[in-house]
Design a protein around this ligand. Structure first.
Ligand SMILES: Cc1cc2nc3c(=O)[nH]c(=O)nc-3n(C[C@H](O)[C@H](O)[C@H](O)COP(=O)(O)OP(=O)(O)OC[C@H]3O[C@@H](n4cnc5c(N)ncnc54)[C@H](O)[C@@H]3O)c2cc1C
Length: 502
C-alpha cells in the first residue's frame, strides 16, 4: 500500500476526538517525539513531527522494557514503581514492540550484595502490580501478579541440568534449563531471581510509529529536516498567547523554511540543550554516551531469558547483561569502562549552555563511524565479560556494528531512570525521558499542559486526557510490524534477528 492509499484507508476509519486548530511542532522523532506525535495525532491534533535523520526511532538503542526497574539496584523504590506502571501502559499501547521473556538475575560470588536484599522491593512491585490489575484487568500484561517474581535455589537448578532443552516455555522453570546447563553455577550466589521483566524492540517500535504516522492524516512528517532556529512570535489566532517561528533546513540543501506553530515540543534526546539554547531556556542536564554489542552464538541451544549478572557500575566487575534474540543472536552490555561505559562519556551542562558537550571522539562515533579496532576490542570484551559466567559463550562472534548513542538525564542525579517532561515559559515543553517506557507519560503531561494553556478544550478531551486513545497505532498487525522492522534492520545494517520476536 502506498502512502496515498494508506492515508485514504485511515481517513475512512479514523475518528479524531478534538477539533482544536492549534498547530503543534515536535522536534525530534525518537521514541519520545514519535510517541507524542502519535498520542496527539490519534486525537486529531494538528501535529508536525520534524526529524533531522532519515527514519524515526533511530537514536540510542532500546532493548529492555524496565517493568519494575529490576536491572538497577541503585535506584529508589519509587522510580521502580513508576517504571512498572509506565511499562504496563507501553505494553498496552505497543503490544507488538515487546519481546515476552522473563529476566534471570544472578549475583556473582564476588558481589557485595545478597539475593535476599532484593526481596523488599520485589514485594512492593508485586503488590503494586496486583493493585493495578485489580483496578483494571487490562493491566495484566506481565502475567499473573503472584508470578511477577520467583527465587530458585541451587537444588532446583541442579535438577534441570540433565533435562532435555525445551523449545517453548510451558512453565517459568523452562526458562532456566539452558541457564542451568551453561552457567558456571559455582560462580554465582543462590537463590537466583526470575522476574517478569520483558524486552522492548527498538526496530519493532520504530516500525509501529512509521506505519501509524503514515496513516494519521493530522500528523505531518518532515524527515531529513533539521531545526536550526526558533523565535518567539505573537500568535494571531489565540489572544494573549505565544507562538513560535521554527526554521528548518533540509539535509543536503541550503533551503531554509520558516513555519509558525502555537506550541513547540523539544524531543531532541541528547541534543535537547541545543534547542533550549535557541530559545534561551536554562536547564541543567547530563548526557551519557554508551554502547551495547551484538554477538552471534552459533552453538546456542535452548531457550534463553534475559540474563543479568549484577555488578558494581564502572568497575571491571560491572553488571553483565545478555539479551536474547532469535537465531542465536544476543545483545550484550557490560557496565565497565571498557565495554558499555566510556571514560568521560558522562558530561553535564553549564551556566552558559543547556547543552552538555561530549568530546569530539563521541560525536564522531555518532555522526560518522567507529574505528574498527575499537569495535572489535569492545565487542570481544563484551563476549569475554559474559563468558566469565557462561564459559561456552566464549565461542560467540561479533555479529554487527555496536548499538550505541548518547542519552540525556535531566537534573543532576546520574542514577535517574524515571523522568518525563519539563516546561519552560509558555507553549514550550521538553520531553526528557531516560527510558522508552516513560514516553507515554511525557505525552500525557504535555497534553495536560495544552489544556492548561487553553489550546485544547478539556470538555472535548474528556476521559482521553488520561486514557490512551491509539486506534490507528493498535491496528498495526504483528506481521506488518515484523516486515517493516526487518526492512529497518536491513537499512540500518543490523542482523534481521534483532527485528523479530523471540
Ligand atoms: C547503550 C544504550 C542502551 C539503552 N538501552 C535502553 C533500554 O534497554 N531501554 C530503554 O528504555 N532505554 C534504553 N536506553 C535509553 C534510550 O535509548 C533513550 O532514553 C531514548 O532513546 C531517548 O529517546 P528520545 O526520543 O528522547 O531521544 P532520541 O532517541 O535521541 O531522539 C531524538 C531525535 O531528535 C532528533 N534531533 C536532534 N536534534 C534535532 C534537530 N535540531 N532537528 C530535528 N531533529 C533533531 C535526532 O535525530 C533524534 O532522532 C539506552 C541508551 C543507550 C545509550
Amino acid at each position: 500500500m502506498n502512502k496515498a492509499q494508506a492515508k485514504h484507508v485511515s481517513q475512512a476509519v479514523h475518528q479524531p476526538i478534538l477539533s482544536s486548530k492549534a498547530k503543534i511542532a515536535i522536534i525530534g522523532g525518537g521514541v519520545a517525539g514519535s510517541t507524542i506525535a502519535l498520542r496527539f495525532a490519534e486525537l486529531g491534533l494538528d501535529t508536525t513531527l520534524i526529524e533531522k535523520g532519515p527514519s524515526l526511532v533511530n537514536g540510542p538503542p532500546i532493548c529492555h522494557l524496565h517493568a519494575g526497574g529490576n536491572l538497577y539496584r541503585e535506584i529508589c523504590d519509587q522510580q521502580c514503581l513508576t517504571l512498572l506502571q509506565q511499562s504496563i501502559d507501553t505494553v498496552k499501547v505497543y503490544p507488538h514492540s515487546v519481546n515476552i521473556r522473563p529476566t534471570l538475575i544472578a549475583l556473582p560470588k564476588t558481589d557485595h550484595g545478597q539475593p535476599e536484599d532484593l526481596l523488599p522491593r520485589l514485594e512492593k512491585l508485586r503488590a503494586r502490580y496486583a493493585e493495578l490489575v485489580a483496578q483494571d484487568p487490562s493491566n495484566k500484561v506481565l502475567g499473573e501478579p503472584e508470578h511477577y517474581f520467583r527465587f530458585y535455589a541451587r537444588a532446583e537448578l541442579d535438577a534441570l541440568v540433565d533435562l532435555p532443552l525445551p523449545s517453548v516455555a510451558k512453565s517459568d522453570s523452562d526458562w532456566l534449563v539452558a541457564f542451568a546447563q551453561n552457567v558456571d553455577l559455582d560462580s554465582i550466589k543462590f537463590p537466583v531471581l526470575l522476574v517478569q521483566e520483558y524486552g522492548l524492540s527498538a526496530f519493532r517500535f520504530a516500525a509501529i510509529t512509521n506505519l501509524a504516522i503514515e496513516r494519521l492524516p493530522s500528523c505531518h512528517l518532515q524527515m531529513s529536516s533539521q531545526v536550526i532556529a526558533i523565535t518567539s512570535q505573537e500568535n494571531t489566532q489565540h489572544e494573549n498567547a505565544l507562538g513560535w517561528q521554527v526554521s528548518t533546513q533540509q539535509q543536503q540543501s541550503q533551503v531554509i523554511e520558516h513555519s509558525h506553530y502555537d506550541y513547540v515540543i523539544n524531543a531532541c534526546g541528547f541534543k535537547s540543550g541545543e534547542i533550549d539554547d535557541m530559545v534561551s531556556a536554562k536547564r541543567q542536564r547530563m548526557v551519557e554516551f554508551k554502547a551495547a554489542y551484538v554477538a552471534h552464538w552459533s552453538k546456542c541451544q535452548g531457550l534463553w531469558p534475559e540474563v543479568v549478572f549484577y555488578g558494581e557500575r564502572g568497575t571491571p566487575q560491572g553488571m553483565a547483561q545478555l539479551t536474547p534474540y532469535p537465531d542465536g543472536y544476543f545483545q550484550l552490555h557490560g557496565m565497565t569502562q571498557d565495554i558499555t561505559l566510556f571514560d568521560q562519556g558522562l558530561v553535564a551542562s553549564c551556566q552558559k549552555s543547556a547543552q552538555p558537550k561530549l568530546a569530539q571522539r563521541f560525536i564522531e562515533k555518532i555522526d560518522k563511524h567507529w574505528p574498527e579496532q575499537v569495535v572489535s576490542n569492545r565487542t570481544l570484551g563484551s563476549i569475554a565479560h559474559i563468558a566469565q559466567f557462561i564459559p561456552a559463550f566464549s565461542s560467540a562472534e561479533a555479529a554487527a556494528k555496536p548499538l550505541f548513542g548518547a542519552q540525556q538525564i535531566p537534573g543532576e542525579d546520574a542514577d535517574l531512570r524515571a523522568a518525563d517532561v519539563s516546561f519552560y515559559g509558555q507553549h514550550y515543553a521538553r520531553a526528557e525521558i531516560v527510558k522508552a517506557s516513560s514516553a507515554l507519560a511525557a505525552a500525557d503531561a504535555i497534553l495536560a499542559n495544552l489544556v492548561e494553556c487553553g489550546l485544547v478544550a478539556e470538555l472535548e478531551l474528556g476521559n482521553y486526557l488520561t486514557e490512551h486513545y491509539f486506534p490507528i497505532s493498535q491496528q498495526c498487525s504483528a506481521a506488518e510490524v515484523t516486515e517493516q522492522a526487518i526492512a529497518l534492520a536491513k537499512q540500518r545494517d543490523y542482523p534481521i534477528a534483532l527485528a523479530k520476536n523471540l
